[in-house]
Design a protein around this ligand. Structure first.
Ligand SMILES: Cc1cc2nc3c(=O)[nH]c(=O)nc-3n(C[C@H](O)[C@H](O)[C@H](O)COP(=O)(O)O)c2cc1C
Length: 317
């Protein structure tokens, strides 16, 4: 069985540096149906590189969870998958869309689309380990396809489907485009029409209305929120409200204060040391951006070196 996929099952997208355990639990409390971990290096996992195991720390409430792997070599991808499966993880995703130079340089992420035959071999071996319906693939367009019809990607996607992929996700841009230019929703629609496995939409889903519009326009089976969730984790609650045809409203300061405090409580109870405190210095300003007093709050937060100072700064806000 795949993880839950559907119009009323919004996912939290993989977000390197951000879709960590406290953030995933926060998003789940607002209604995220499925969360994807930050991308985990297959080689890093096999060699127990510092920090890699931290990326897959989870709890029983953190379910259903998809662990995202990245890597270029089939051997490491398969070994990492075996390790994860033996640890009890059930669902997995292979990152074939990352456009970050450090990842592309290794032949991983979107660089996997440069050699589709090699990538299909990796996919075949991984599916054999993960089992039917347990492994998804997150794709972008193949290089230089933005202007041409996306023939190569479509062909590749159909081959992944034939191999037994559980679902596919498409962020319809090339790696070169990164986050620039327009997402190509027509391509999502065309791919959704020719697949019989579920297709997840990604790309420029900054609020729930945009998310539902994307589902309506493309007939994709589901979607994942990325930057929209980073900006506003309650986007999942909005999404569910829009599904129920209920009105949504912009959050007020009290609502955002409660949201930030909840993120702090989760972070304090699930992490150790101060590294998450430093992360919150970048996270909180995103949540309150545009509200009166946001700039003063950001200045205070950037000076905070203790959790209690963060909380006091919010009282002031
Ligand atoms: C900070 C950040 C980190 C990301 N990390 C990953 C990642 O680890 N794996 C991945 O497949 N995509 C990653 N992405 C891409 C997102 O999952 C998503 O596909 C992309 O942001 C498009 O969606 P959006 O326009 O709604 O944000 C990341 C995006 C951002 C902004």
């Amino acid at each position: 069985m795949t993880p839950p996929i559907g119009r009323s099952c919004p996912w939290l997208a993989p977000l390197a540096g951000f879709s960590d355990l406290p953030f995933r639990l926060l998003c789940r409390e607002y209604g995220a149906a499925v969360c994807v971990t930050e991308m985990v290096s297959a080689k890093g996992l096999v060699y127990s590189s510092p920090g890699t195991l931290e990326l897959i720390v989870t709890t029983s409430e953190d379910h259903p969870l998809v662990v995202q792997l990245f890597g270029a070599e089939t051997l490491f991808l398969v070994k990492a998958l075996v390790m994860l499966r033996d640890m009890g993880f059930v669902w997995f995703d292979l990152n074939m869309g990352c456009s970050v130079h450090k990842v592309l340089r290794q032949g991983a992420g979107a660089a996997m689309l440069n050699d589709t035959n090699k990538s299909l071999d990796a996919a075949r071996a991984m599916i054999a380990v993960a089992g039917a319906d347990k492994l998804g693939f997150k794709l972008r367009f193949c290089p230089d396809e933005a202007r041409a019809p996306f023939i190569k990607l479509k062909e590749f996607a159909l081959r992944l489907q034939d191999l037994g992929a559980g679902w596919l996700t498409l962020h319809p841009r090339t790696a070169k485009q990164a986050f620039g230019g327009q997402v190509n929703r027509d391509a999502l629609q065309e791919l959704a029409e020719c697949l019989h496995i579920p297709l997840m939409a990604s790309g420029d889903l900054m609020n729930a209305l945009e998310g539902i519009r994307c589902l309506d326009e493309t007939r994709a089976d589901g979607l994942m929120y990325a930057r929209g969730a980073l900006r506003y984790p309650a986007i999942f609650a909005d999404h569910l409200r829009v599904c129920r045809k209920e009105a949504i409203a912009a959050p007020d300061a009290d609502f955002l204060r409660a949201l930030v405090l909840r993120h702090i409580v989760l972070a304090r109870s699930l992490t150790q040391g101060k590294s998450y405190l430093w992360k919150m210095r970048t996270v909180i300003p995103r949540y309150v951006r545009g509200l009166p007093g946001a700039r003063a709050l950001r200045d205070r937060i950037c000076r905070s070196t203790e959790w209690i100072e963060l909380e006091e700064a919010l009282d002031f806000f």
